[in-house]
Design a protein around this ligand. Structure first.
Ligand SMILES: [Zn+2]
Ligand SMILES: [Zn+2]
Length: 288
């Protein structure tokens, strides 16, 4: 195995050198609430808001389509935030929402959070994907009260859209505002309601960003065992946990793959719960 010094890029920061630093956070939606606690705890860092306009990189309301994939967008946002403030380190988050590919009734939320170092170009992205989202919509004429109750209105805002013209109003989080928007947009028969997914008006999403930001901070505190770059962490899983009865591989996770985005080192890590075998009930051979 090559020695650490052979791989060490002079300009990539060490975990230690991130301590007490200022990190730019690109947001206009109060995401410092989600990032600051973990970065303060792990690095004693200060989060400085870069209130830059990232709408050109895509918006949730569909007004501006995303020109690149979500991971590229989140890295670019973090870069722009750090550049705007003249800071070396940048942070950002980017969410995507949609129906589950197999169970369309179950929505999926994915949050990507990124760290970038402008000096070396090193970037680390952490991704969180689950069903903890209120992402939904109500077609014109649908059951308004049931929808509003289900999505957590008024703590979660909605967006009202005229289905014929596409004109919309967002950030609606009071009854009077909602009623006025219906009126302006042509009434309940022509208006579709959508959950407003911007973090500052969607606390369910803000919590997901906070969980992802926590994971990013802790991941950055892990140095790569080969090049020492910050951010050594989980990037994939390997399936095939052997059956306890017959030893056949099952669909359960056997190990995690941890990797470094700076030098490409990959390491197989055993399951964190210490489990080494699957029950026969999960085995395709024993159950065939
Ligand atoms: Zn490395
Ligand atoms: Zn078996």
């Amino acid at each position: 195995m090559p020695s650490t010094s052979q791989f060490q890029c002079q300009s990539i920061p060490t975990v230690e050198s991130l301590k007490g630093q200022r990190f730019a956070l690109a947001t206009r939606h109060g995401k410092e609430w989600a990032f600051a606690p973990a970065f303060e705890t792990v690095f004693g860092a200060e989060i400085v808001v870069a209130a830059i306009d990232t709408d050109a990189l895509g918006t949730f309301d569909g007004d501006v389509p995303r020109p690149m994939d979500a991971v590229s967008v989140v890295i670019e946002k973090a870069r722009r935030g750090a550049t705007a403030l003249g800071l070396r380190y940048g942070l950002a988050s980017e969410g995507t929402f949609g129906p589950h590919p197999m169970l369309p009734i179950l929505p999926i939320t994915t949050e990507h959070v990124a760290f970038v170092d402008l000096k070396s170009g090193h970037s680390v992205v952490e991704t969180l994907s689950n069903h903890s989202t209120n992402f939904s919509h109500l077609d014109p004429g649908g059951d308004l009260e049931a929808f509003l109750a289900r999505i957590g209105f008024p703590h979660h805002a909605v967006l009202a859209r005229n289905v014929a013209t596409g004109t919309f109003e967002k950030g609606l989080n009071t009854r009077p505002d909602l009623e006025a928007a219906f009126e302006r947009l042509g009434g309940t028969a022509t208006v579709r309601l959508e959950t407003d997914m911007r973090a500052h008006v969607n606390p369910t999403r803000m919590i997901q960003i906070a969980i992802a930001a926590d994971r990013l901070a802790y991941r950055l505190s892990m140095p790569c065992p080969v090049c020492a770059a910050p951010g050594f962490g989980s990037s994939d899983v390997l399936r095939g946990l052997p059956c306890i009865e017959c030893g056949s591989p099952t669909d359960l996770v056997r190990a995690e793959v941890c990797s470094c985005s700076a030098c490409g080192t990959k390491q197989e890590v055993p399951r964190r719960d210490g489990r080494t075998h699957a029950d026969a009930v999960d085995c395709p051979v024993c159950n065939s």
